[in-house]
Write a protein that binds this ligand. Structure first.
Ligand code: NAP
Length: 228
């Protein structure tokens, strides 16, 4: 499979890229803004290529060059995310724009760009990483309104796209994560210890990327063993 992963410089994206690279038949294109980190990731496996890429101001030409060189795209893992932890009264419009710019508009932009390639795949799967904070009826936490609302948009987009793209055999699913021990969690809940490590979550995500479309389409799946 040819797989694109956003937010591959650390946390769940980094570990999922490594997990997917264990199968010699997978080729992975790892995207992030942090050149040093994605370069380090690519050193870990010959199957991992990297591109310095900001999903809020994407260099489409550079991306398409990499995609052509890879020979197309089967799987798009929209994993990059931004969490701003501030009470609603302190959130600025710029905070809202950054949150929605990264968490939903960045996802939309990448899907738009890569649809012509995904249409050509017989195993096309778009996986959008959501959050339990954006899952209807879940417990909510103070300070996370911009983040959670943007992740709720990711969940809804998933349902809409699955319907629109089903005739082209492109599956679209959303994994709504609960707490996973990463830098992001440490920012949101300082001192909190999640029972799931990033490496463990990456095992599930890697499996789901490759196989989930055979079982699910247009689903928002809570992947959580705790609250948060
Ligand atoms: N950890 C949790 O408990 C938890 C819970 C629910 C949902 N999630 C979701 O899971 C996903 C992965 O989270 P994580 O915990 O692994 O977070 P993380 O360790 O903070 O990593 C976030 C990744 O997103 C990338 N990113 C952020 N803004 C970007 C941009 N504009 N362009 C390109 N890449 C960007 C970062 O790369 P650069 O900074 O190098 O660009 C980084 O690789 C996120 O979508 C997050 O919202 C996590």
């Amino acid at each position: 499979m040819n797989i694109i992963i956003t937010g591959a410089s650390k946390g769940i994206g980094y570990d999922t890229a490594l997990k997917l690279a264990e199968n010699p038949e997978n080729k992975i294109l790892a995207l992030s803004r942090n050149e040093q980190k994605v370069k380090e990731l690519a050193v870990e496996s010959d199957q991992i290529e990297y591109l310095v890429f900001d999903i809020t101001s994407p260099d489409i030409d550079a991306l398409l060059q990499k995609v052509e060189a890879m020979g197309g795209v089967d799987i798009l893992l929209n994993n990059a995310g931004l969490l701003i932890n501030k009470p609603f009264r302190q959130l600025t419009m710029s905070d809202w724009q950054r949150s929605f710019g990264t968490n939903i508009l960045g996802v939309i932009g990448l899907i738009r760009t890569l649809l012509p390639y995904l249409e050509k795949s017989s195993n096309a799967h778009i996986i959008n990483i959501g959050s339990m904070g954006g899952f209807q009826g879940s417990s909510k936490f103070p300070g996370l309104s911009a983040y959670s609302a943007s992740k709720a948009a990711v969940a809804n987009l998933t349902e809409c796209l699955a319907e629109e793209l089903k005739d082209q055999k492109i599956a679209v699913n959303c994994l709504a994560f609960g707490a996973v021990q990463t830098e992001m969690l440490e920012t949101a809940f300082p001192g909190y210890q999640a029972s799931l490590s990033s490496e463990k979550m990456a095992e599930w995500v890697a499996w789901f990327c490759l196989n989930g479309h055979q079982f699910f389409n247009g689903k928002i799946l809570p992947v959580s063993v705790s609250t948060p």
